[in-house]
Design a protein around this ligand. Structure first.
Ligand SMILES: [Zn+2]
Length: 374
């Protein structure tokens, strides 16, 4: 099977990188739309920095700050209509995965002149240029061609995938993450870990993606003891700027990985937990990876051994123990729920990325073992 690597996003990182790269914004036009959530970009200072830059270089801007977590189809069309009516040339997305994914969909809707009927058609011609400024370290959306949107009519999440929505530029400054809560920080970082691990396991993995994944896994696993300490002592100051820079770097590397490899059964199963049980996305994945590795190990022991080596541990059990300690008490899940979630997850496209294809019964067994259900 031939492999390829394609990641056209320019990545700029470092303290104050938004302000220091003000001239770069002018290359994308005279009229910008800032897309963000209701409050976090205001609290963490990212929005103020972007506004300062746009004013300094003479770019007109408008702000769409109504992106909710798990953005819906109506939200992305509301934002796109606002941008289209004001003839914006490019979009600046600030926030976690939700604002970034919503902004990508808006860029595509405006660029390809899409209606609600053909948003998920795959029939795309163009997208407005997008600059991504992540303010959480987890999704890696700043370097991927994916946008996950909640279809509120069908009551499900649907992924848009097209190279047109790779951001043109990703600006990574960990100072915008200093106000992120401890639990959010842990959950989003473990989401990044699951991207790197699943990327190594995926049948689409290559030497290049494995190099990025290994580095990302090492960086995150090296920070797990501090995460435990922070949770125990409830002292978020232990998450220093340097440590948050590591999280951000690791999550961007993991994003570059899944841009090539996609995710696996872990994300397919995790979505069911998030959608139906409101279990945080990163937490759900973190709790499922261990048993998924154990399942994969039976058919692909060498592959799993490579993942464990990157984690600097010898056995899958050690990882499972770590996550149990990190995540505390598990949510109760019934056998009936497990049957429903497994039946749904088996239909997901990312199941085909698994080197050992699970059956529905395998998914049920992974759910049960992960949540201690008998
Ligand atoms: Zn994820």
């Amino acid at each position: 099977m031939s492999k390829s690597y394609f990641m056209p996003t320019r990545v700029i990182m470092g303290n104050n990188c938004v302000v220091e790269n003000s001239k770069m914004f002018s290359t994308y036009g005279k009229n910008a739309m800032i897309v963000t959530g209701k409050s976090s970009a205001k609290i963490n200072g990212a929005e103020a920095d972007v506004v300062e830059v746009l004013k300094a270089v003479g770019i007109n801007y408008l702000i769409y700050d109504q992106v909710m977590s798990n953005p819906t189809v109506s939200c992305v069309f509301e934002g796109a209509d606002y941008g289209r009516d004001n003839a914006v040339d490019f979009i600046i997305a600030i926030g976690g995965g939700s604002p970034l994914d919503a902004a990508k969909a808006m860029a595509l809707i405006i660029g390809s002149n899409l209606s609600e009927d053909n948003l998920f058609s795959g029939n795309y011609t163009e997208a407005l240029p997008l600059i991504a400024i992540p303010t959480t370290a987890g999704t890696g959306s700043e370097v991927t061609q994916y946008s996950i949107i909640t279809n509120d009519v069908l009551e499900t999440k649907i992924g848009i995938k097209t190279h047109l929505i790779f951001p043109k530029v990703a600006l990574l400054d960990a100072k915008y993450m200093m106000s992120l809560s401890v639990v959010n920080t842990v959950n989003t970082t473990i989401d990044a870990l699951s991207h790197a691990v699943e990327g190594m396991i995926s049948i689409k993995a290559s030497g290049i993606s494995d190099s990025l994944a290994t580095r990302s896994i090492r960086m995150i696993m090296g920070c797990v003891p501090t995460m435990m300490e922070v949770l125990e002592e409830e002292d978020s100051t232990l998450f220093t700027l340097e440590m948050r820079e590591k999280f951000l770097y690791a999550s961007t590397l993991a994003g570059m990985v899944i841009a090539q490899t996609g995710t696996t059964a872990v994300h397919a199963m995790g979505y069911a937990l998030t959608y139906n049980k409101q279990i945080d996305h990163g937490r759900a994945n973190g709790l499922l990876i261990g048993e998924f590795l154990r399942f994969t190990e039976k058919g692909e022991p060498k592959l799993v051994a490579r993942v464990l080596e990157a984690m600097d541990i010898r056995r899958v059990d050690v990882y499972i123990d770590m996550m149990r300690k990190l995540f505390g008490e598990l949510e109760p899940i019934s056998n009936e729920e497990i049957r429903t979630f497994s039946a749904k997850a088996i239909l997901a496209g990312n199941i085909s990325n698994c080197p050992v294809i699970p059956t529905v019964a395998d998914l049920e067994a992974i759910f049960m073992a992960s949540f201690g259900v008998k």
